[in-house]
Design a protein. Structure first.
Ligand SMILES: NC(=O)c1ccc[n+]([C@@H]2O[C@H](COP(=O)([O-])OP(=O)(O)OC[C@H]3O[C@@H](n4cnc5c(N)ncnc54)[C@H](OP(=O)(O)O)[C@@H]3O)[C@@H](O)[C@H]2O)c1
Length: 294
């Protein structure tokens, strides 16, 4: 398939780009800078230069595609409006195309809010973190549209690759010998390795039924305290100092979206395993997170 990948240079996108190419797909990826264009080209993708917030500028140069995967996001206060411009610009030409495109929309575990001890599934009601509430009408639009084959994937917290927040834990220990965590060490995060998640995107692109939603979760809910202690042990610190930051302070410093780090969640990835035959390999997340720090 020829696939338009939006967000190809990100934590998830790089792994998805690699997985799609390894499976023989042709990937056209959007790059808003020369540096991003170079990364995409190095990974074997064809580059279209542009910003998701200005689709009118790059859509005319886009070849016909069989699929679109949207995972571009800036985590700024305008991210919802930016994505709205993308959908407004991109969906009409896809609908008019002679080939019905498959469209994978990326949501996220934080759309389920704190679950406590309950294990959320694809059938659970959404309770989005306010900073990401705009995603709900967007994903509904994609799922309900009859002119594309819409699919939604909600990734768990992604480790591996550059590792985002997991890399920050490592940096904290190296620089300060203490680790800053938001909300408390008992907060549980559902986890998935970027390579496993990328396989899920590829499988979903190839064979998920239109209208389906999947949770990309390999480990149901791992206490953040276990994760950070694993990072510290790997770096030779037996008893790290945990620097607990309140959710409000994190929101103040990083943006409202950072409240997600304090969501205490348990999520199940069973549906993707059962329906799509997804078989994540990285099932011991604390070991994987420790390997990040090798
Ligand atoms: N990482 C996780 O743990 C996680 C978990 C659940 C859900 N998600 C969701 O998955 C999506 C991707 O997350 P991520 O962690 O991979 O993000 P990320 O590492 O920050 O990457 C974001 C990607 O989007 C691109 N991008 C951002 N704004 C853009 C714009 N205006 N125009 C064109 N490209 C733009 C970036 O390109 P540049 O190279 O130019 O910066 C980059 O490729 C987000 O919607 C996020 O909420 C992530």
């Amino acid at each position: 398939m020829r696939v338009l990948l939006l967000g190809a240079t990100g934590t998830i996108g790089r792994a998805v780009l690699h997985a799609l190419i390894a499976r023989g797909h042709e990937v056209v990826a959007l790059a808003r800078s020369e540096a991003s264009a170079e990364k995409i080209a190095r990974l074997g993708g064809a580059v279209v230069r542009g910003d998701i917030g200005a689709p009118g500028q790059w859509l005319p140069g886009l070849p016909t595609v069989d699929g679109v995967i949207q995972m571009a996001c800036d985590f700024d206060s305008a991210m919802g409006e930016t994505e709205q411009r993308l959908l407004d610009g991109l969906l009409p030409p896809l609908a008019a195309s002679s080939r019905k495109a498959r469209f994978i929309y990326t949501g996220g575990c934080w759309l389920f809010g704190s679950t406590g001890d309950n294990v959320a599934t694809e059938d659970s009601a959404l309770s989005p973190l306010p900073a990401f509430a705009w995603m709900v009408p967007h994903l509904q639009h994609v799922l309900e549209s009859t002119s594309i084959d819409g699919i939604v994937i909600h990734p768990a917290m992604v480790h591996g690759g550059d590792g985002g927040v997991f890399r920050r834990f490592e940096q904290d220990i190296r620089e300060r010998r203490s680790i800053r965590i938001i909300g408390g060490e008992a907060v549980r995060w559902p986890l998935v390795h970027c390579d496993d998640l990328a396989e899920l995107y590829a499988i979903a692109l190839e064979r998920a039924p239109p209208g389906a939603t999947y949770l990309g979760v390999a480990a149901e809910g791992v206490p953040v305290g276990d994760i950070v202690r694993a990072v510290a042990r790997r770096l030779g610190v037996a008893t790290p100092v945990l620097d607990i930051m309140s959710e409000d302070a994190a929101a103040q410093e990083l943006g409202e979206w950072a409240r997600g780090y304090a969501c205490d969640q348990r999520l199940s990835g069973a549906k993707a395993r059962k329906e799509l035959g997804w078989a994540p390999m990285h099932l011991d997340p604390t070991r994987d997170v420790m390997e990040l720090c090798a």
